[in-house]
Design a protein around this ligand. Structure first.
Ligand SMILES: O=P(O)(O)O[C@H]1O[C@H](CO)[C@@H](O)[C@H]1O
Ligand SMILES: O=c1cc[nH]c(=O)[nH]1
Length: 289
């Protein structure tokens, strides 16, 4: 039995942070960082059967063209993704009454699609582009706490990037769901996403604080790894994808990150209408579910 201090349930039986019951979970879940973006997704629904809010976790459940969907906001950062992925998985794969993990044959694999905003690292990935993440590279420490298995290619990329950036810790590299990327990402830019534990310094932004490595962005832009699978380079910055991909692999869920490019760090531009870019991402994704 999982003790009350580890599987924490609220008095109504809902899971601790998300405040959701198993009934609120559809097999396809759309996640967004910004709580305000949940309604930007669900306004396309034909009907909404549930709306809930707790902290930064806003959830709408409804139907889009006959398909039941759950849309959930996560807030920012991979520390929140640890909560979201563990609690979503618990909602489908743990029996809350018995407090036991369901037997393997009863376990469910969710389809989780993140719809986020992101900054491009490369001039040729322009503002307005929609980018589907193939590999995520985590500069945060979340994956260090789990027995994540990385492929030879992922480990090599991580080691070389650690050397390139002279980091005192090893990044982690995880490939997401090819299945979802082929279905949802068709026609989008395919890229490799750097997940950072911050928006400013960890993404090479300097307002009043100088960076420890003044050429940090250039090192990221110029980073290359060549293998039998072709050339690997980093495309864009954000703050959650690597956490999703690592926990998706560990828990057995299909996960895809779709990125609306609202900043270009090579050209120094920010989108004049970032909401329109996000709308395009939402509409394109919904049409392909
Ligand atoms: O727009 P969302 O989904 O929040 O994603 C991006 O925007 C936030 C930073 O502005 C970070 O969460 C980053 O990952
Ligand atoms: O540059 C950007 C834009 C959106 N979100 C990020 O994390 N970085």
């Amino acid at each position: 039995m999982i003790p009350a201090s580890e599987l924490i349930l609220n008095p109504d039986g809902s899971v601790y942070h998300l405040n959701l019951l198993p009934d609120h979970i559809s097999d396809t879940i759309l996640t967004v960082g910004d709580p305000g973006r949940v309604a930007q997704v669900s306004r396309h629904f034909d009907s909404i059967e549930f709306e809930g809010t707790h902290r930064e976790f806003v959830t709408h459940v409804g139907y889009y063209r006959g398909k039941r969907l759950t849309v959930l906001s996560t807030g920012m950062g991979t520390d929140n993704i640890d909560i979201v992925m563990n609690e979503l998985d618990a909602l489908v794969n743990i029996d809350f009454l018995a407090r036991t993990v369901r037997p393997e044959e009863e376990r469910m694999s969710l389809r989780i699609i993140r719809l986020g905003t992101s900054g491009s690292l490369q001039a040729e990935v322009p503002i307005g582009a929609l980018l589907a993440t193939e590999h995520a590279v985590g500069l945060d420490s979340l994956a260090q706490f789990y027995p994540l298995m990385e492929t030879g290619l992922e480990t090599q990329i991580a080691t070389e990037l650690q050397q390139t950036l002279a980091l005192p810790f090893a990044p982690y590299v995880v490939r997401g769901s090819d299945l979802l990327r082929e279905q949802i990402g068709a026609g989008m830019v395919m890229g490799n996403t750097l997940t950072c534990p911050g928006f400013y310094g960890p993404q090479g932004r300097s307002l009043r604080l100088p960076l420890r490595q003044p050429d940090y962005i250039a090192r990221l832009q110029n980073f290359r790894h060549h293998s039998g699978e072709g050339e690997f380079r980093l495309s864009n910055f954000e703050m959650e994808t690597a956490g999703y991909y690592a926990l998706g692999r560990l828990l057995g869920h299909e996960v895809l990150s779709v990125n609306a490019i609202v900043a270009n760090r090579a050209t120094g531009e920010f989108a004049e209408n970032s909401s329109a870019v996000v709308d395009a991402m939402i509409e394109r994704t919904l049409q392909r579910l």
